[in-house]
Design a protein around this ligand. Structure first.
Ligand SMILES: *Cc1c(COP(=O)(O)O)cnc(C)c1O
Length: 587
């Protein structure tokens, strides 16, 4: 393959577009544009923004929610047959994951067939759900703090034919529920097991939610009615459990708690709610890392069904995943409004500094390592002792950038001639950092705080992909900066995991010669592989999988918030486009 060739299949791997949940709905067309493919139509993301004159927008692909709900339901049903499981599935949507009206409305409509219910945890969520109060009964699991004002709304739901189950987590909840004997209750129990991940603190005995078994045993003495009113056992392991062994351990513990409670008199429990936790593949390469879980929906349901079908009487199982259902539906798209050098760039051609000579004797990466380490010590020392004049400072910056560029060119040349030398590069922290460092900072018309707050809150990984030129090899590695005056408003990490074998010259970006992939390897890069926009080109960047948690957590930092929305749905085989303008201020 010569240096100018680039294959769309490699592009799909590099930018994470081979994806089990987005499937063929988010794809690339023959001319290298990112498209949303619905029915017969392929809609270019770039055209969609240009047509409406938006420099930033959320594209909501509602059919992705429908597709995921259907997959969850059908996968369970198929596997239930395999295990001869008779208990059935009761899916519910935990509203906290995305309580905006468009999403709840989609869940309501698409969920009709499956009687998809809801899990709510606050008065606000109950009020929003009240829009559907009279539309017919679904299941409603309330697992927030109980109060008389909450009970007032729940009484109305029950009166309208909803099946309402209220979780108890404390004596306070039981006190209030004593006054409402007509309500069924759920026991929210704290699991002993604490899985790995960013939300591990929601499980375990110190977790915020649920009863410990010893509290339950104590309370049962005083509130004798718990036993007969308990219908549901509720255990939630925390979100995004990315390791299969943790999921297995959690399910086994849930089974154990259920059978123990039954044998200790809680025989009226007929529903087991295993909470959320089914991890969303932000990167679908099954690495067993937080962004790339090492299992999927099939393994998840298969184990649950295997375990619970051992029982003589099968309980109804509640699926309460949120992230898995709605993550894929929202794509954030923003235009590049400025491109800046990431570090210093060489301003003058430095004929006086003969870096080439100095590198000409370097024959291997090991030679190079020695030089780099000496050079680094020298720079460090001169930074400490020198009071630079402006001219000297300029020269020093030029030398630094010239040396860096020459080193990168040398590494490229050495690896191209002998690909196995890449091992020495990636095993040396300094060289690895150099070859995966960004050369540009792209400023995008968006706000990380408003659009993808979890990027700052929990360092959440989101897939970034250019909206055009996917049929071209990327030019540079670039950090993405937002419009806020906050150094945290930046995306400076990219995970590359390309499996297709390629020649060593194709492992590097075209212009700045950074390492962007090694076939079969998972690499953390210091920037996103992107193209340099041509003068006058509208270059858009899409950030995928932002449909869970980001809408309700959005912040108003610098008063930059509330992007316009392009909502795509399918009605009778036709694509329907709805626009919601917002008053938030961007550029
Ligand atoms: C947050 C939450 C969920 C949803 O978890 P996901 O990991 O997003 O699927 C489910 N159940 C309860 C009780 C929750 O608090």
């Amino acid at each position: 393959m010569n240096r100018e060739e680039w294959d769309i299949n490699v592009a799909k791997e590099l930018w994470g577009l081979n994806h089990s949940i987005r499937g063929s709905i988010i794809a690339v067309d023959e001319e290298g544009y990112l498209v949303i493919s619905l029915g017969e139509q392929k809609i270019r993301v770039k055209n969609l923004l240009e047509k409406h004159g938006f420099d930033v927008a959320y594209i909501r692909v509602l059919p992705l929610i429908e597709r995921t709900m259907r997959t969850v339901y059908e996968t369970f049903t198929e596997l239930a047959k395999v295990h001869d499981f008779k208990g059935g599935l009761q899916p519910v949507f935990p509203m906290k994951v995305n309580p905006i009206e468009v999403v709840i409305d989609a869940i309501w409509r698409y969920g009709e067939k499956y009687r998809w219910g809801f899990n709510t945890g606050s008065l606000g969520e109950l009020e929003l759900l009240s829009k559907y109060l009279e539309k017919g009964g679904r299941i409603l699991i309330y697992d927030g703090v109980v109060s008389d004002s909450v009970m007032k709304i729940l009484v109305r739901f029950k009166g309208n034919g909803w099946r309402v189950i209220i979780d108890v987590e404390s004596e306070h909840d039981l006190d209030i529920l004593s006054k409402y004997p007509e309500f069924e209750i759920g026991l929210r129990i704290k699991p002993l097991f604490r899985p790995g991940g960013k939300w591990a603190h929601s499980a375990g005995l110190e977790g915020k939610f649920g009863l410990t078994v010893n509290t339950l045993v104590k309370l049962r003495e005083e509130y004798k009615w718990i036993e007969e009113r308990s219908r549901l056992l509720h255990i939630h392991p925390g979100s995004q459990i990315y390791k299969w062994s943790d999921i297995e351990a959690f399910i086994n513990e849930a089974y154990n708690i259920f059978t123990q409670l039954q044998s200790h008199g809680f025989t009226s429990i007929e529903i087991v709610d295993l909470g959320g936790g089914l991890a969303y593949p932000y990167l679908d390469t099954r690495n067993g890392t937080i962004e790339s879980p090492d299992y999927g929906l099939i393994e998840y349901f298969n184990h649950i069904l295997k375990v619970f079908s051992r029982l003589e009487k099968h309980p109804t199982l509640v699926y309460e995943g949120g992230r898995y259902i709605v993550s894929a539906h929202r794509i954030l798209v923003a235009k590049v409004v400025d491109i800046r050098p990431y570090s210093t760039e060489q301003a003058q051609s430095l004929r006086s500094v003969r870096v080439e000579d100095f590198l000409s004797n370097v024959r291997s990466i090991d030679d190079l390592k020695k030089l780099v380490n000496e050079y680094k010590k020298y720079i460090h020392k001169s930074k400490q002792v020198h009071q630079y004049t402006l001219e000297e400072r300029e020269l020093a910056e030029d030398v630094i950038s010239k040396v860096r560029d020459e080193l990168l060119a040398k590494i490229y040349e050495l690896v191209r001639n002998k690909p196995s030398q890449i091992e020495s590069v990636i095993n040396d922290p300094l060289l690895y950092k150099l070859v995966t460092s960004p050369s540009k900072r792209y400023i995008l018309n968006f706000s990380i705080f408003a659009d993808i707050p979890d990027s700052v809150l929990v360092n959440q990984y989101f897939q970034v992909v250019p909206a055009q030129r996917l049929n071209e090899k990327p030019d540079v590695l670039a950090v993405l900066g937002d419009l806020t005056c906050d150094s945290m408003g930046e995306i400076n990490e990219y995970i590359s995991h390309v499996k297709t074998p390629l020649e060593a010259s194709d492992w590097f970006t075209k212009m700045d010669l950074r390492l962007m992939l090694i076939p079969g390897r998972r690499l953390k890069l210091g920037g996103v592989p992107l193209h340099l926009p041509i003068k006058g080109e509208n270059y858009y960047i899409a950030i995928l999988d932002t449909g869970a948690y980001q809408d309700p957590l959005a912040m108003k930092h610098n008063l930059i918030y509330g992007a316009p929305e392009i909502i795509l749905d399918e009605k009778n085989g036709e694509v329907e486009v709805k626009i919601i303008e917002k008053n938030g201020k961007y550029l």
